[in-house]
Ligand binder design. Structure first.
Ligand code: FAD
Length: 493
């Protein structure tokens, strides 16, 4: 609780340090650690906290090799820890190499950069300072020689080998290597421009550029929208057969088997399926809402607003325009097919995806439909979702997190188009938090969505090669993706 009261919460991909966890977090950790000592009352710390959170999001895939930690020294219980580590001003950063011993005070990082790019590069330089105790989960970051690459190719042991060709001062190759460290069946190495023989053998002319070799074939250039870190990582993480390590084995057939008697329904990953939406309604109305014996007060208001928003979307094969004038549930679902038939929301195992996937899909579609038809106020769909989550959604943990996000800034939405973007951005926030989580289907990794292969124009780069969303293009993409015309009607009963 103490830790949660500071500038960060467990949703930020930052380890929250307390006196009780000093030994388990800082001592003999197999990952290197960058620790922020801050005071929640200090203005500089408040101003720095969005950067620290963004850094944690940006490097979330690197966790097994290097993790971010924070401790609020303003909290009285923590003050002894901060004193023991000799913290005099806030915010202070200390680096603890992997396997730091019990007497280690970490090394002070003076005059650290105040931006994500600078801090990310600093982390890489710090990892490279390890000599004897290299973090075991961290792949080699040094540039590969032609001899090394030749020997890897000859053994032909690797499903994929990706080479990032770059100049010596570039960090892209090391960043992509770290971005892929949790993914199996692929090895990434950086190769310097000065490795002339290999450069000329593959006819490399651009730095950076990425070349990919699949077992038993030759190197070919990886085509990406921008020659930048995020674009390489997006593309490599989504190669067929590349899955998060420690998760289930990759399947060899194109069709996934979901391990149940339910027949797998081949589908287009970029589609939106009516069958998922109907299944969402079936489950939410007949199972989730119906689980309540009495619906009254705020829960009844939530249900009314849900039905009213649904009724405005006239392409559902439902007659939802009934009036809920009694404090008891009528059956609003008479015309709705029974049972669930997941299609775009199928998971590779029965406990993956399904209902929560369809709830996101439904509400994205509702925000877009509200924009297209102008049938409601800017906040009506968002409030409906918020109330639904709060009153009915079975995953209480999810509901609490959604409520926290909504409390933060949902009221800043003043236009229907902003509601569409608000929900997209919050969903990406959740995707970020859940990347690598146990609940993630390894065949559907949580990514910042939409990926470049679904919307090239949504992605751009800022100065320094940093990824940037083009929000106008994202809005245009969402309007098309969640449009009535784009709805796929296959698999309907
Ligand atoms: P989902 O994240 O469910 O996405 C479904 C589909 O939406 C994707 O296949 C994609 O086509 C599209 N999509 C993805 N990102 C975006 C985006 N940014 N904008 C528009 N469309 C997008 N699970 C937890 O473990 N902890 C939580 O705290 C939690 N909170 C949740 C909060 C809400 C409101 C909801 C509805 C669900 C929550 N879940 C949570 C469940 C989790 O977010 C996923 O729904 C679930 O893990 C299934 O993931 P999925 O791979 O099917 O993709």
């Amino acid at each position: 609780l103490a830790a949660e009261a500071g500038l960060y919460s467990s949703a930020d991909q930052v380890v929250l340090l307390t006196p009780d966890t000093v030994a388990s977090v800082l001592r003999n950790n197999s990952a290197a650690l960058l620790v922020e000592f801050y005071a929640s009352w200090c203005g500089h710390c408040v101003a720095f906290s969005p950067v620290w959170k963004a850094l944690a999001r940006d490097t979330r895939e690197w966790k097994p090799a290097v993790d971010l930690v924070a401790i609020d020294c303003a909290f009285e219980e923590n003050s002894r820890v901060c004193r023991d580590f000799g913290i005099a001003g806030y915010p202070s950063l200390k680096f603890f190499p992997a396997h730091s011993g019990s007497d280690s005070k970490g090394s002070d990082i003076k005059g650290f950069p105040r931006d994500v790019l600078g801090l990310r590069h600093l982390i890489i330089r710090k990892i490279e300072e390890h000599h004897d105790s290299w973090p075991p989960a961290c792949p080699p970051l040094e540039a590969a020689s032609k001899a090394e690459i030749d020997s890897t190719v000859q053994t032909n042991s690797m499903e994929y080998l990706a080479l990032v060709f770059e100049t010596e001062d570039s960090y892209v190759g090391r960043e992509v290597t770290l971005d892929l460290l949790q993914f199996s069946n692929i090895t990434v190495r950086r190769v310097l421009k000065s490795e002339r023989e290999l450069v000329s053998e593959l006819e490399v002319t651009d730095f950076p550029s990425c070349y990919l070799r699949r077992r038993d074939s030759n190197f070919t250039r990886l085509h990406v929208l921008n020659e930048a870190r995020t674009f390489y990582s997006y593309a490599l993480q989504r190669l067929p057969g590349v899955v998060r390590s420690g998760k289930s084995k990759p399947v060899t057939s194109d069709l996934l088997q979901n391990g149940t008697q339910v027949q797998w329904r081949p589908f287009d990953r970029s589609g939106v399926y009516m069958s998922d939406l109907e299944s969402a309604l079936h489950y939410s109305l007949r199972v989730e809402v119906a689980a309540r014996s009495v619906i009254a007060g705020p829960a009844l208001d939530a249900l009314r607003s849900y039905i009213s928003v649904l009724a405005k979307v006239n392409f559902f094969s439902l007659s939802l325009s009934l009036s809920l004038s009694h404090e008891r549930t009528l059956d609003p679902t008479a015309a709705l097919p029974r049972g669930v038939r997941w299609v775009g929301c199928q998971g590779s195992r029965p406990h993956f995806r399904g209902y929560p996937c369809s709830v996101w899909t439904l509400f994205h579609l509702l925000t877009v439909q509200a924009l297209e038809t102008g049938s409601s106020g800017p906040l009506e769909v968002l409030w409906t979702m918020r109330r639904y989550m709060h009153n009915f959604f079975g995953c209480r943990y999810c509901a609490t997190h959604f409520e926290q996000m909504a409390e933060e800034n949902m009221d800043s939405v003043t236009m229907l188009s902003e509601a569409v973007i608000w929900l997209w951005a919050r969903h990406n926030q959740v995707n970020n938090r859940l990347a690598g989580d146990l609940s993630e289907d390894p065949h559907f990794p949580k990514i910042q969505w939409p990926p470049p292969d679904q919307c090239r124009e949504c992605h751009g780069v800022k100065g320094g090669g940093e990824h940037a969303w083009n929000q106008a293009q994202v809005l245009a993409f969402l309007r098309s993706h969640y449009s009535a015309q784009h709805l796929n009607m296959t698999y309907l009963e």
